[in-house]
Write a protein of this length. Structure first.
Length: 242
C-alpha cells in the first residue's frame, strides 16, 4: 500500500539532517504532508460520521449483535433467579432494551468531540497513524476522546435509565434494588457470594463507547482495504496502492 511506503520513507528520513532532504523524499511519493493529513482527517471524519449515524438510530445498538449491550455479566446469578420467576424474563428483556435505547440516545453526543480531535491531527500524528495497523487511526482517536466522550455520554445515559418503566421504577433503580435484595438475602455473603458491580449507568456508558469505537474501527478497515470505500479523491490518493 502507498501509505506503508510513505511511512517507511518518513522513518528513513529521520536519519537525514535537513528539512530539504525530508521534503525530497516525500515528494518522490507524489504526496505532500498536507495531503497525508487531509486524507487521514477525511478517513476519520467519514468513519466517525457513519458510525455515529448508524448507532444513534432506533435499534442501532439493540439489533446489532456485535455492539448490543447486555446486562453486567457479574450479576448473572441474579438473572438466573429472575428467569425462574413468572414475568422475570420479560423484566430482563425490558431492561436490555432500555439500556440499548439509552446508548442510542447518547450516540449523537460524539460528533462534536470527534470533530475537535480530528481537527487537531498533526503531521507527526499522521505518519505514525499511517505506519500503524488497520485501526491505528481509531486507536489514536480513542486516546484523544475517550474521557470527553465518557463525560458527554454519562449524563445522557443516566437520564435515559432514570425514565420510569414498570411500576414507575426506572431501569437503574430496578437494577440497584435487585442487586440489594440478592445481596441482603446472602446474609453478608454467607449463603452465596455477594454481587459487586458498577452502577448500570457506568456499565452502559463503557459498553456504549466500546461499541462506538468498534464501529469506527470497522469503517477504517474498509477504507484501508477496499477501494470502493474510498469515497473521495483524497482517500483514493492517500490510501490507494501504487
Amino acid at each position: 500500500m502507498r501509505s506503508l511506503k510513505i511511512a517507511a520513507l518518513f522513518l528513513l528520513s529521520l536519519s537525514f539532517s535537513s528539512c530539504e532532504e525530508v521534503s525530497e523524499i516525500l515528494e518522490s511519493t507524489g504526496l505532500t504532508n498536507e495531503e497525508v493529513i487531509q486524507g487521514l482527517k477525511t478517513a476519520l471524519s467519514t468513519g466517525t460520521d457513519t458510525s455515529v449515524t448508524t448507532l444513534s438510530k432506533v435499534d442501532g445498538y439493540f439489533k446489532d449483535e456485535l455492539v448490543k449491550i447486555l446486562l453486567p455479566a457479574e450479576a448473572a446469578p441474579v438473572y438466573d433467579v429472575l428467569k425462574s420467576i413468572p414475568g422475570g424474563s420479560l423484566l430482563i428483556d425490558e431492561a436490555i432494551l432500555s439500556i440499548n435505547r439509552a446508548a442510542e440516545d447518547a450516540a449523537p453526543q460524539a460528533k462534536d468531540i470527534f470533530v475537535t480531535a480530528i481537527t487537531g491531527i498533526t503531521i507527526a500524528d499522521g505518519f505514525e497513524i499511517l505506519n500503524g495497523g488497520d485501526t491505528a487511526a481509531t486507536i489514536y482517536l480513542q486516546g484523544k476522546t475517550y474521557n470527553p466522550l465518557t463525560d458527554a455520554f454519562k449524563p445522557k445515559i443516566e437520564s435515559s435509565l432514570a425514565k420510569p418503566l414498570i411500576l414507575n421504577t426506572s431501569a437503574e433503580e430496578a437494577y440497584a434494588l435487585v442487586l440489594k435484595t440478592y445481596n441482603d438475602a446472602s446474609l453478608g455473603g454467607i449463603l452465596w457470594p455477594e454481587i459487586k458491580t458498577n452502577t448500570l449507568t457506568e456499565h452502559v456508558t463503557q459498553k456504549a463507547l466500546t461499541g462506538l469505537f468498534f464501529k469506527v474501527g470497522e469503517e477504517e478497515k474498509k477504507i484501508r482495504r477496499d477501494p470502493l470505500h474510498r469515497v473521495s479523491e483524497i482517500l483514493k490518493k492517500v490510501f490507494g496502492g501504487s
